[in-house]
Design a protein around this ligand. Structure first.
Ligand code: MG
Ligand code: NI
Length: 477
């Protein structure tokens, strides 16, 4: 009799989800499904709204990554206006995206995943959280909080508020970086640099203890996708799309994000509201690809800043061609924090955005010049696409959003199945299995807020169901 094990909800990820593990007649894991419980229907909800409101509206999709939606939306608007964004505005948007990468990666690593890594995956769940981390490793926990504050301060200095900053608009940005904000950001740099370097060093020293996890937590060949700069280096805001395979071969390059539908298909499964993007030429589900920090570090030729490039060289020793273990998302995230800090430093030296530079225009004014536009950028979790169709008055007719967590959907399921195959013994959800499924999912830092309502940490319930739906076993935390 085929059986289902359901883990619901997963704690310490953003939003609400449940996991079911499907067993075959022999009690072996056949597949795993990561369910998003609710669909917010944002794509439908946007229809009929003016293009000009879209950046502000879509920033409200998610309390965790408003900046990512804001920027992708503004970029889609740039295309519909058919304008070139003034250079100072583009650099300010980049600065905000880097602040978002730092604050989001810091949240993921220090608040959500570090408790597993530093207190132990098998440690008491009641203390395996950020408060337990503060008690056990106060300096590291404090560093994480400071890094997050730094990222938020950049967002606030530009957007005027921490959450939902409707600051980027089609054609550019609303306001420059003021003298005071500039000085505040600069003053942070020595501190955040040393926090980021220290945290990465700490993580590398832990790796020996997690050899098993590195082998089992989503370690499989897949494609990797992300943006790269024209010279192939790491890119976070605007570039062409590259796909590479797990042997390290670039299999498609210089793809225009606006033509994403040519190379990305979106499969539908009856059990999930979230679509399953795949690389079209390889079909579904063989064209499974991963996005986000691990993918970006795998596909780029170099990062382009000295500290991050030195770390990238060391990171790459953990793979043959590509680093294929999803456990290394954590590692990649910490390197990206360093890369972002180095880039922020460079941007602050740029005369275009220095305060008082009278950088000139920050926004290109235009009306509706095209009826369709795609905006794409690298969100902390991976490539984000906003695709709008408008009428001649600029009212939205159709919206398609392709979010990072959706693109990692297939890899997430595969990760859970791999962990379950290794840690499942008998038709029971042991504490060890439960802990590892959660930790494996968290490596991807899935952002379920982008498609669900619920926020925050919840108690964990695990239900084991038989094929007929009867509860065979249940474990609650
Ligand atoms: Mg969509
Ligand atoms: Ni989000």
């Amino acid at each position: 009799m085929a059986q289902h094990i359901i883990i619901d909800p997963v704690t310490r990820i953003e939003g609400h989800a449940k996991v079911s593990i499907l067993l075959d007649d022999d009690g072996q894991v056949s597949e795993a499904r990561f369910h998003v419980a609710e669909f917010r229907g944002f794509e439908k909800f946007c229809e009929g709204r003016p293009l000009w409101e879209m950046a502000g509206i879509t920033a409200r999709i998610c309390g965790i990554c408003p900046v990512s939606h804001l920027l992708a939306s503004a970029k889609a608007g740039d295309r519909i206006l058919a304008v070139i964004v003034p250079p100072a505005a583009e650099k300010l948007r980049r600065l905000m995206n880097l602040g978002q990468i730092v604050q989001s990666h810091a949240l993921s690593f220090f608040h959500l995943s570090a408790p597993d890594l530093l207190l132990g995956i098998e440690s008491d769940p009641a203390r395996r959280n950020v408060f337990g981390l503060i008690a056990a490793e106060p300096e590291l926990a404090r560093g994480g909080i400071r890094l997050r504050q730094f990222g938020q301060e950049i967002i606030e200095a530009l957007g005027g508020q921490k959450i939902h900053p409707a600051w980027a608009v089609p054609g550019g940005v609303r306001a420059p970086l003021g003298r005071e904000g500039y000085a505040r950001i600069r003053a942070w740099l020595p501190e955040v640099r040393s926090i980021a370097i220290g945290a990465l060093g700490r993580f590398k020293r832990l790796l020996d203890q997690f050899r098993e996890e590195a082998q089992i937590f989503g370690n499989f060949p897949s494609l990797f996708m992300g943006m790269v700069a024209p010279d192939g280096s790491w890119e976070h805001y605007d570039g062409a799309i590259r796909f590479a395979d797990s042997a390290g071969n670039v299999i498609a390059d210089r793809l225009d994000p606006a033509r994403y539908h040519d190379y990305i298909g979106e499969a539908v499964e009856p059990w999930s509201y979230l679509k399953f993007p795949f690389y079209r030429p390889m079909g579904y589900p063989d064209g499974s690809y991963r996005v986000g920090p691990l993918a970006r570090l795998n596909i780029c030729a170099r990062i382009g800043t000295p500290l991050a490039d030195a770390e990238l060289r060391e990171f790459r020793q953990h793979g043959h061609g590509m680093v294929t273990s999803s456990f290394f998302y954590h590692y990649a995230r910490l390197i990206e924090i360093i890369a972002a800090i180095e880039r922020i430093e460079l941007l602050l030296d740029d005369p275009d955005i220095a305060p008082g530079a009278e950088a000139g225009r920050l926004r290109a004014d235009a009306g509706i010049n095209q009826l369709e536009g795609v905006g794409a950028s690298e969100a902390p979790r991976g490539t984000l696409f906003h695709h709008y169709q408008v009428d001649r008055d600029g009212l939205i007719r159709r919206v398609n959003l392709l979010i990072a967590t959706g693109q990692n959907n297939l890899a997430l399921n595969r990760t859970v199945a791999q962990i379950a195959r290794y840690y499942l013994s008998g038709p029971r959800v042991s504490e060890g299995l439960l802990n590892r499924v959660e930790a494996g999912i968290r490596a991807f830092d899935p952002c379920l807020s982008c498609s669900t309502h619920a926020l925050g940490t919840m108690p964990l319930t695990v239900t084991l169901l038989g094929q007929d739906g009867a509860v065979l076993d249940e474990a609650a935390r």
